[in-house]
Design a protein around this ligand. Structure first.
Ligand SMILES: *Cc1c(COP(=O)(O)O)cnc(C)c1O
Length: 437
């Protein structure tokens, strides 16, 4: 059961003298009393910043506002706050105002790849649907920092219907990812309505929700919410734990409610300097996640969003972490490390190299221990010519015409049915010279 610690009790009383355990566990009380100013933060935590520091923090807040739920704030160790991973993820830092040349306000070009408001359609068969622009806690490392602090509002049904219509009319969309903001900031009846609309679309096979609620406001996972979610299987949920300290009894309880409702749970972490850029922290985190029935899904390289330079690590740090996980722990506890391509290319997986060399019949590999091994390839392998005519193929895949899609990208270069021998970037000068000539 989720607990109500002495520390939480103190915080609650500093916020509102009459508050009790029931208030604390009431997510609406938590939202109403989210800490949004430096003064209130000081009052509630007892931490005091000096005048100069405070001035810098205030100007940071003018650009990137603050919001911390009392629950998440209660996880901060006030005696050692400057090293605290919860503090660093939730409290402003004057370095957010540093603008690096390589940063963008919208590094993933989500707004450019948006056919209608609220939808980002980047991959062929799935869309990102921003259904809320509200969060209970403003992560300082938010990749959508450009939007944080836009007037908080829940989009109207009319606005959402535009997104739903887009999904309806694009039959290749089989996976809808609800994001935001945090979709769990919507009222239960709206979530119910939205999931009902989406799951009724014939070509939508799965709906996913991306949420940080189990981390920053676990009390939002009420029995009533779970009752709503349960009606819409297959529904997948991805959450966002970054540090083992965030997996508290309350968070574990929220996760358990969701898992008991039959919802597969995943986790997306962001690699953050001075927060979790350590193989041992990451290993502890993934172990706690799987213990709580959450599958580590992605580890993200920190995006090139504005004001995040102090959070970024070299990619080598991520590779080092992957090296310390792969083979050293359960395969299902290992996330995929990805870099979300600036400009909107999507997620690119990266990992240590395991192939050392290759000949026409042998591959030399190394394992996690450094043992070098060989894999002997088959002497005879009859290459099957594939013209993508699955009806005539003896591998017996039966596709309906709507499932037939042309090969794209690198897949196209590998296919037998396409004559392309290269993919050339638009505006390639050498190619332009050819056409000019
Ligand atoms: C991450 C992302 C998805 C989902 O990608 P998966 O690899 O399937 O989890 C879809 N659309 C956009 C725009 C994304 O950024």
């Amino acid at each position: 059961m989720s607990i109500y610690t002495k520390k939480q009790q103190n915080i609650a009383h500093r916020i509102e003298e009459t508050s009790d355990k029931n208030n604390w566990k009431d997510w609406k009380w938590q939202l109403k009393h989210a800490i949004r100013s430096i003064d209130k933060f000081e009052k509630v935590t007892g931490i005091q910043f000096d005048a100069e520091e405070k001035k810098n923090l205030e100007s940071t807040l003018d650009k990137f506002p603050l919001s911390i739920t009392p629950y998440y704030l209660s996880l901060i160790d006030v005696n050692n706050y400057s090293n605290d991973p919860v503090f660093k993820q939730s409290f402003a830092d004057a370095r957010e105002l540093i603008l690096d040349k390589s940063e963008y306000s919208d590094p993933l070009a989500e707004d450019e790849d948006s056919p209608v408001e609220g939808i980002t359609h980047r991959y062929p068969d799935r869309v990102l649907f921003h259904v809320s622009n509200v969060c209970s806690m403003y992560c300082r490392h938010c990749t959508r920092k450009r939007k944080v602090g836009d007037v908080d509002h829940v989009p109207s049904r009319a606005q959402m219907i535009k997104g739903i219509e887009y999904i309806k009319s694009n039959t290749q969309v089989r996976d809808v990812l609800l994001s935001g903001g945090d979709p769990f900031m919507l009222p239960d009846d709206m979530i119910d309505w939205l999931l009902n609309e989406l799951t009724q679309i014939e070509h939508v096979e799965v709906v996913r929700i991306g949420t940080r609620i189990p981390v920053v406001l676990p009390y939002r996972v009420t029995d009533k919410l779970v009752e709503v979610l349960k009606k819409y299987h297959p529904l997948w949920i991805n959450t966002h734990f970054n540090h083992p300290r965030e997996i508290t009894a309350s968070a574990a309880e929220a996760l358990s409610k969701l898992a008991n409702a039959g919802i597969p749970l995943g986790n997306q972490s962001v690699l953050l300097a001075d927060v979790n850029d350590c193989p041992r922290i990451m290993k502890k985190l993934v172990h706690l996640l799987v213990k709580n029935r959450v599958r580590p899904y992605y580890l993200y390289q920190c995006d090139l969003s504005e004001g995040l330079s102090h959070f970024r690590t070299p990619i080598g740090k991520g590779i080092e972490i992957m090296e310390s996980l792969i083979g050293h722990t359960s395969g299902f506890a290992v996330p995929t490390y990805v870099i979300d391509a600036p400009g909107g290319g999507g997620k690119i997986p990266v990992m240590p190299n395991y192939i050392i060399s290759w000949s026409t019949n042998k591959v030399v590999l190394r394992n996690y221990e450094g043992v070098i091994t060989t894999y002997k390839e088959p002497d005879k392998y009859e290459q099957r010519f594939c013209d993508r005519d699955c009806d005539k193929c003896d591998l017996e895949l039966n596709l309906t015409p709507s499932e037939e899609v042309a090969a794209t990208g690198i897949e196209k270069l590998l296919s037998d049915s396409d004559d392309s021998i290269s993919l050339v970037p638009q505006g390639n000068e050498r190619m332009e010279r050819r056409t000019d000539g």
